[in-house]
Design a protein around this ligand. Structure first.
Ligand code: HEM
Length: 366
């Protein structure tokens, strides 16, 4: 089976193999990987039996590439994304719970995240004004800096200026530098913060919670910060680049989107999350962008943490499982003419509310 896979066009190879299968099949690479290519089967596995699918594969390559602290797994130092303490799951669970709760405090409670994104966009627009040759703008680099800057500010509480962001760019462009950058910034943010004060960034909030939670410590905090950059940087930047390309190519869609923005937001201010409810077309564009822009050749692999039965088939503990979201988005009959960019497919018949269809590219929804 592995000979049928071309890593350069992984999604296409998996699509070819999946076409003759029934929604769940095993691929040997050479070890078995269960491929799930049907939305209902994904729901049965990841929602109805979610607990059994919370593992991540552990092997030498994953440890070397994605680990903040090589071999730290043996000392219970875990990466949020790629490490799981399989025996109990306790440390990873606590780390994840704390991360989600801190992000919620920052994002939803106080709209802090939205403010950061908006002020970062303001910086970006000012930067665009200063570019002399407006016919040839390198959006890729600007997006990279912009997205990294938002993540940086959430984690460490400060933002770089456009013309003075070399340390950040060195770090995001050259992943090798990841460890030192994270160590330096976590150390600084930690040192400058007194736990009696209101936390103003992720590191502060973690330091505060470490007082009463033994499962949180410095190395785990660093692995989490590193994960946010690894998982959030390239994904968001590439999606934004796709957005620019698609909008340039689809002038009619761009006009419709612009009309909605002008009608709801006007031209004097930035949009806010509160505007969303009045902007069904913009929301449909975002959903369609995430469906259409194939930014991950394959989903991030999971492993089963216990034996589990899905569609009457037993999947043993420790099996690799891939929920192939791209396959569903490209092949499920619900996405008619899936190779066309058509935001309307996410709109209800009345045109003013959203139709709930299929999974999301981020894995949310499954
Ligand atoms: C367009 C943007 C993004 C896409 C397409 C994307 C996609 C994904 C996917 C497919 C997964 C695997 C889900 C699964 O295992 O079922 C994932 C996990 C993750 N993402 Fe994202 N992501 C995006 C943005 C971000 C951002 C901005 C952050 C944080 C700054 C982030 C942090 C994470 C983390 C920490 C995980 C691992 C969660 C866990 O293992 O429990 N992602 N993402």
């Amino acid at each position: 089976m592995v000979t049928e896979i071309d890593p350069k066009v992984l999604h296409k190879s998996l699509e070819r193999v999946g076409k003759g299968q029934s929604g769940m099949y095993t691929m040997f690479i050479p070890h078995p990987v269960v491929q799930i290519t049907d939305f209902d089967v994904m729901r049965e596995a990841f929602i109805e039996n979610g607990e059994a699918f919370t593992g991540r594969p552990q092997n030498k390559i994953i440890q070397e590439v994605f680990s903040f602290a090589p071999n730290a797994v043996y000392h219970n130092k875990l990466s949020l994304t790629f490490r799981r303490d399989h025996s109990t799951g306790e440390v990873w669970r606590e780390q994840r719970r704390a991360a989600v709760s801190i992000l919620r405090d920052f994002g939803m409670g106080k709209n802090h995240m939205e403010e950061l994104v908006c002020s970062s966009i303001e910086d970006y627009l000012i930067h665009l004004d200063t570019v002399a040759d407006k016919e040839n703008i390198d959006f890729a680099l600007a997006y990279t800096g912009d997205v990294a800057n938002v993540i940086n500010e959430v984690l460490f509480g400060f933002r770089y200026k456009y013309d003075d962001c070399q340390p950040l760019m060195d770090y995001v462009i050259c992943v090798n530098e990841i460890n030192q950058y994270i160590v330096d910034n976590v150390t600084r943010a930690r040192r400058d913060y007194n736990v009696e004060d209101e936390p103003t960034c992720f590191v502060h909030a973690c330091k505060q919670r470490m007082q009463e939670n033994n499962n949180l410590d410095d190395v785990n905090l660093m692995t989490t910060c590193s994960d946010f950059f690894l998982a959030g940087q390239e994904t968001t930047t590439t999606t934004l680049r796709w957005a620019m390309l698609i909008m340039a190519k689809s002038q009619e869609i761009q006009e419709k989107l612009r009309a909605e923005i002008h009608a709801v937001v006007g031209t004097e201010r930035l949009p806010t999350m509160a505007d969303q409810v009045k902007m069904p077309y913009a929301r449909a564009c975002v959903l369609e962008l995430q469906r259409f822009a194939n930014i991950l050749g394959t989903n991030v692999q999971r492993t089963t943490t216990q034996d589990v039965i899905i569609r009457g088939q037993r999947i043993p503990e420790g099996t690799w499982v891939n929920a192939d979201i791209h396959y569903v988005m490209a092949n499920d009959p619900i996405f008619e003419n899936s190779d066309e960019f058509r935001p309307e497919r996410y709109l209800a018949v009345d045109g003013s509310s959203l139709r709930k269809v299929g999974p999301l590219k981020t894995g949310a929804g499954i």
